[in-house]
Every structure is written in C-alpha cells, then in structure tokens.
Design a protein around this ligand. Structure first.
Ligand code: SF4
Length: 377
C-alpha cells in the first residue's frame, strides 16, 4: 500500500481519488464542511484521503461513518510527517444485495440482544476448492488445477453433528464444485438425515454415476435445494466470466434437476453495470418454474480472482458460520485472511461461535458496524 492507495482488508489496493490535507484537520475545525464538499463531487465507491496530525480524528470519523454510511476503511501513519496519519474514507457503503428490498441492515442497534440476533443459524462448508471452471471473479480462486483442500468426510459428519447440537437449521455445501467429490451422495445422505441441505453447484457435471447418485437422493425426497449459478438469461455475460459453453451446460443441468423433481434456486453474481440482466433472468426463471423466492441477485465481491466488485469488509456483512479444511471463517463470501476467525483450524463449533460473538461485540462497540446481509444462499 502507498499513500495513494488503500487496502480495505481484502488484500486489494484501491486508488485514492481526492486528498484533503490540513494540519488543523479534525471535525471541530471545519473539516466536516470540507469533507462534505469533497464527497459531493465524488462518485460512490471513490476514496477520500484525509491527512491530519489530530489525535481526535479517528474517533470522529468512526462516528461520522455510523451517521453517514461513508466507510472509514483504514488509518495509517504518514511515513513522511511524524505524528500525522492518513485516514481513508470510501464514499458510500459497499453494496451487498441487488434484490428489490435492498440490503436492510441486519443490525439496527447495538447491544447484547442485537448481537444474539446476529449469531449464525446456518453452517456453510467449503467441501473442496477444485472446480471444472475457473471463473474470473471466483471469490476463492477455485479451478481445475488448484489444491482441492478437501474437507475430510469425518470432519463434515462431525460438523453436522455439532450443528444439530447447536440448534442450527440448515447446512450449505459449497466449493469449488462439490459434485467433484465422488462420495458426495454419502455425505448428503448423512446431512439430510439431520438437517436440510443446500448444494451450491454450477450444474455442469450432472451425468453418469455422479448424476445417478444425486438423482436417487432427489427421488427419495431428501431435503436438498440445488443452488445453481446463472449470471444471465443468455450466454454472453455468463460465458464472459465463466468460459465458452458454460451457460448452455448450466441450463442443461438446471433442466435435468427440475425434470428429476429437484428444488432449484438460481443465483446470479452481477456487477452493477449488468443489472439490466435481472428482468430477463426473472423471465427465464418463470419459464423454468423456479419460485420467486429461489432467485438470488448479488454483487460481485472484490475478493479472490475478481478484478472489480464491491470492497466488502468483515464488518459490512452479518456473519454466516463457515468452515473449510483450514479452519473457520466469518462468511462464505471470502476465505481471505481478514475473514478468518481467531480459532485453530480444527476448532469446535462452540469455539467458532465464541469467536463470532467476540468479534460481533468488537464491531458493534466500534460504532462502524454495517453487518448487512450478503446472500450467498
Ligand atoms: S465461481 Fe463457482 S463455478 Fe466458478 S470457479 Fe468458483 S467455484 Fe467454480
């Protein structure tokens, strides 16, 4: 990072667009008006850098963030001026949802009661990181040649047992592409004996023995929802991110699932410039008979392989307890270091939930909590 870029936590350098630099700069010295003027001239998502020697400014900008939604991304010492700091403020909050209802804040007010309401009730498992695709915005950089880092079968079963003990109400399997695991039907049987399951898939590999195993589970009436990624109603956008032929194959997979009687949910990851795809996706979902509640439209997160998207910080999203072979994470939208929970890799769910609660308390008491819902599933 340099004075002209800022890392919001996702390991990405965002460029600074406007600079305010003043040795009197804090909100008691007229800075608020100057900031307001600067922000008015900036586009959403642009970065304002404020240089100041004031020791009050960080707390003041945290309060400003809570009141204004302009995010204080980072505070770093100015390397050239002892005692000075740079404060990096993003205009507007990171968007977490494209659905018409928007991303209502999950947290309306601080306090213990709100924290308990924010505690996760669903378990997400990254079963493996290998994938038949290597999409250019994949938040975990999955692909055919990556280390699969498979979550061991015994660990999956143990985590599901712990989810039951903790009163969780659903399990989500994601990856990578979970259907690459040959023993997936066995795991699904174990999970769905205990809890409803959502399986995230690109639906491109539903054939041969892999499909036979899944179809038997569907026909047996197991509580499984197949959440299929589909970014557009026609191939252009979907294939631009995922590779030629991906759209045709995904649609074929969706039709295969529906013909077998499966519940299918569509999930589109869209940059803001592609929001015009949404009406056509609704039209396609209507044609396929997919229920309105089973359609997800969410932004691309600036994480993993993505070169553009929303710079979503940990405190921007409400927690969704997530585990992979390396440990526990705040949310399935990223396995970056800043999203890792402070527990050992093989920690129990109790320890992970304690870490979530402790982090929620920190975020709420900082006054900068967003904790919006980012709907991975
Ligand atoms: S976005 Fe999904 S389908 Fe694409 S590479 Fe990542 S895991 Fe695979």
């Amino acid at each position: 990072m340099t004075a002209n870029t800022v890392d919001y936590g996702g390991g990405r350098a965002l460029p600074v667009h406007v600079v305010l630099d003043d040795e009197r700069a804090d909100l008691d010295s007229g800075l608020l008006l100057r900031m307001h003027g600067a922000l008015l001239g900036m586009a959403d998502g642009q970065i304002l850098r404020i240089g100041s020697p004031s020791s009050n400014l960080t707390e003041q900008l945290r309060t400003f963030e809570a009141a204004s939604r302009h995010a204080l991304l980072s505070v770093v010492p100015d390397p050239d001026r002892p005692g000075w700091s740079f404060h990096f403020v993003r205009k507007g909050r990171a968007r977490t949802d494209w659905s018409p209802s928007g991303s209502d804040m999950a947290l309306q007010a601080g306090g213990t009661q709100s924290i308990e309401l924010l505690m996760p009730t669903r378990l997400w498992l990254y079963t493996n990181y290998d994938c038949n695709l290597s999409c250019d915005y994949c938040c975990v950089v999955a692909g055919p040649r990556v280390d699969p880092r498979r979550l061991a079968d015994e660990r999956v079963r143990s985590l599901v047992d712990q989810a039951v003990t903790h009163g969780m109400d659903a399990v989500f399997l994601t990856g990578g592409e979970p259907t690459l695991r040959p023993e997936l039907p066995e795991l699904i049987r174990y999970i769905t004996d205990r809890l409803p399951l959502t399986l995230l898939t690109n639906a491109m590999l539903l054939r041969g023995s892999r499909w036979d195993g899944l179809r038997a589970l569907i026909e047996a009436g197991r509580p499984i929802t197949f959440q299929v990624s589909l970014d557009s109603a026609t191939p252009a956008l979907h294939d631009a991110h995922r590779g030629a032929g991906a759209h045709v194959a995904a649609l074929r997979g969706i039709r295969t699932l529906i013909a077998a009687g499966a519940r299918v949910r569509l999930a589109a990851s869209l940059p803001e410039a592609a929001l015009a795809e949404i009406p056509a996706l609704h039209g396609l979902a209507d044609e396929l008979g997919i229920a309105p509640d089973d359609r997800i439209f969410r932004p691309i997160a600036l994480r993993g392989a993505a070169s553009e998207g929303e710079p979503i910080r940990q405190q921007d999203v409400a927690p969704e307890l997530t585990c992979d072979a390396q440990g526990w994470f705040w949310h399935p939208l990223s396995n970056d270091a800043d999203m890792r929970l402070s527990t050992s890799p093989d920690a129990s769910m109790s320890e992970a939930l304690d870490a979530v609660r402790a982090r929620l308390e920190e975020i709420v008491s900082s006054g900068s909590a967003r904790l919006d819902r980012f709907v991975c599933g």
